[in-house]
Design a protein around this ligand. Structure first.
Ligand code: ADP
Ligand code: MG
Length: 278
């Protein structure tokens, strides 16, 4: 492709430096790996997600399952993207790759300009923690642990003081409208409220990307609608969000909808018009 391509080595080195130094400042904007490199990184704007001809093949006995067949995709900062497809189309496989939970069989994946190939698992966990906030269908909150402590958790790696963690977790819970539930246990919260705690946990560290896999899958329609309008508001605030779903209704809330079928992208564009929400 004749697209202007710059070597990413310097960028990767900066990211590595930021990773190695535990004192490295947690990026306030969620985008910039280090304050010193800030200006340059901002101007370059590497895509948050950059997939090039990504294949993923699972071997099951003698059979090769081609879960992804040459996916190329760029997602830039501030986009709110839904990835849609029927069950078995490759959505979770794609999410696992974007979330650095699994590696492509072939092709290139860069997260925020960083080629994650060959990074050891310990360091990968660090990359995930710095760059990505996950939201799962089943919330994955820690039971018998209050909402506030659940939201503080991702900050325990960030080298913040106890009171800074507390303040940021409180602010995140306020952002999802749960300031009056901070001392509740997950079992004392509705499904929709638990998912909002999970969203607060995903955004508390200001990640470059919020990655949500079927976030409304376990919710009744009223709670689901609440969670979707929350994502919509976060999208309007300029957060980068990738939401994976098999439901049309969910996808229409995003500003860009990518459809996959049998491990390949079949369309990529604006969602079809929907009824305005009150
Ligand atoms: P979706 O999330 O869209 O339902 P998946 O990404 O989970 O799709 O699966 C895509 C295809 O890959 C399916 O055919 C599935 O059976 C297969 N698959 C997914 N994970 C594995 C695995 N760990 N081992 C073997 N096959 C898998
Ligand atoms: Mg899935």
């Amino acid at each position: 492709m004749p697209r202007r391509e710059r070597p990413s080595v310097a960028r990767a080195q900066r990211a590595l430096r930021a990773r190695r130094s535990p004192k490295a400042k947690q990026p306030e904007s969620g985008q910039v790996a280090s304050a010193a490199a800030g200006r340059r990184v901002r101007r370059e704007h590497p895509p948050v997600i950059d997939l090039r001809d990504v294949h993923k093949t699972y071997s099951v006995g003698d059979i090769a399952v081609h879960a992804l067949r040459g996916v190329s995709l760029r997602i830039t900062r501030g986009e709110y993207v839904a990835i849609m497809g029927a069950s078995g189309s490759g959505k979770t496989t794609l999410m696992n790759i974007m979330g650095c939970l699994d590696a492509p069989t072939s092709g290139i994946f860069r997260l925020n300009g960083l080629d994650v190939r060959g990074i050891e698992e310990d360091d990968l966990a660090d990359v995930r923690n710095r760059h990505i906030g996950f939201v799962f269908q089943s919330y994955n909150l820690i039971p018998r642990t209050r909402a506030l402590a659940n939201v503080e958790l991702p900050l325990s790696y960030a080298g913040l003081t106890r009171s800074a963690r507390h303040d940021r977790a409180l602010a995140a819970l306020r952002e999802v409208g749960l300031e009056d539930r901070v001392h509740h246990l997950p079992s004392e919260l509705s499904g929709g409220q638990q998912q909002r705690v999970a969203i607060a946990r995903a955004l508390v560290s200001n990640p470059a990307l919020i990655l949500a896999d079927e976030p409304t899958g376990n919710l009744d329609s009223a709670s689901g609608a609440e969670v979707l309008s929350l994502f919509e508001r976060l999208g309007e605030q300029g957060r980068t969000i990738v939401l994976i779903t098999h439901e049309d209704e969910v996808a229409t809330h995003a500003r860009r909808v990518i459809r996959i079928r049998d491990g390949a992208i079949i369309s990529d564009g604006r969602p079809e018009a929907r009824e305005p929400v009150a």
